[in-house]
Design a protein around this ligand. Structure first.
Ligand code: IPE
Ligand code: IPE
Ligand code: MG
Length: 227
């Protein structure tokens, strides 16, 4: 893949990785096959982010509302998450990736939580790519949680968000054709550039990622000013 000039690379990219189920259905496969293929897409996009010098990548892996899915699908997703962490932790750590999970982690099973805590611990001194994995994550829940935490105190509200210390996303990509936010990073995307693509997540490749970055580089951001 061509290297994009660092001056136009977004510092923080967020991705709603959607369309796994439809990808599988269109091939007569179970939804789980779509999730498995989607994990391969994530691996490619993480590697490309490192190559391009993206500083922060936040991926929506499982929403608060996804707990309403069938038990078997949830179980598959959690097992996949755990096995992906275990299989890729060594390589990610070696490549300077710092892993952090954001969301209501109390909802997760102990073995999944343990794998996440281990990944966070092992990578805590890395800072080439900050990979935030949104898990059991809901933007409204995050805002309420931060509001409760800071109620009546002078503490900084943003510091109480799960994303404390992380700059807001410059670019949000949603695959799968839906033009909605689905409760992702509601506070943080106030001035984020949005990019929607019909491509389903399992078929989203490095060139699609670069196309999104290329479009981003042509956007004019004004942040409410007159310029
Ligand atoms: C995204 O793909 C993965 C998760 C939400 C966990 P979906 O499973 O939502 O796939 P579609 O949108 O039904 O195709
Ligand atoms: C958003 O996708 C959540 C993730 C990608 C993890 P959904 O498939 O859950 O969103 P809706 O239901 O289409 O809004
Ligand atoms: Mg979906």
């Amino acid at each position: 893949m061509p290297k994009i000039p660092s001056s136009v690379i977004p510092k923080h990219i967020a991705i709603i990785m959607d369309g796994n189920g439809r990808w599988a259905k269109s091939r007569g496969l179970p939804r789980s096959a779509g999730h498995k293929k989607g994990a391969e897409s994530l691996k490619k996009i993480v590697a490309e982010s490192i190559r391009q010098g993206v500083g922060y990548l936040t991926v929506y892996a499982f929403s608060s509302e996804n707990w309403q899915r069938p038990k078997a699908e949830i179980g598959f997703l959690m097992d996949l998450l755990k096995s992906q962490i275990k299989a890729q932790l060594g390589e990610l750590a070696k490549n300077g990736v710092r892993i952090k999970a954001i969301g209501d982690l109390q909802m997760l099973a102990d073995d999944v939580k343990a794998a996440i805590l281990d990944a966070e611990e092992v990578t805590k001194h890395n800072d080439k790519l900050h990979l935030q994995v949104a898990l059991s994550y809901g933007g409204r829940q995050e805002i309420l949680h931060a509001a409760r935490k800071t109620a009546g105190e002078s503490a900084d509200f943003e510091a109480a968000l799960y994303t404390s210390g992380v700059p807001d996303p410059d670019l949000l990509i949603r695959t799968g054709g839906e033009m909605r936010i689905s409760n992702f990073l509601l506070w943080q995307i106030a001035y984020t550039e949005l990019y929607f693509t019909e491509k389903l997540w399992p078929e989203f490749k490095e060139e699609d990622f670069l196309a999104a970055i290329e479009e981003f580089s042509r956007r004019e951001r004004r942040f409410g000013t007159a310029e």
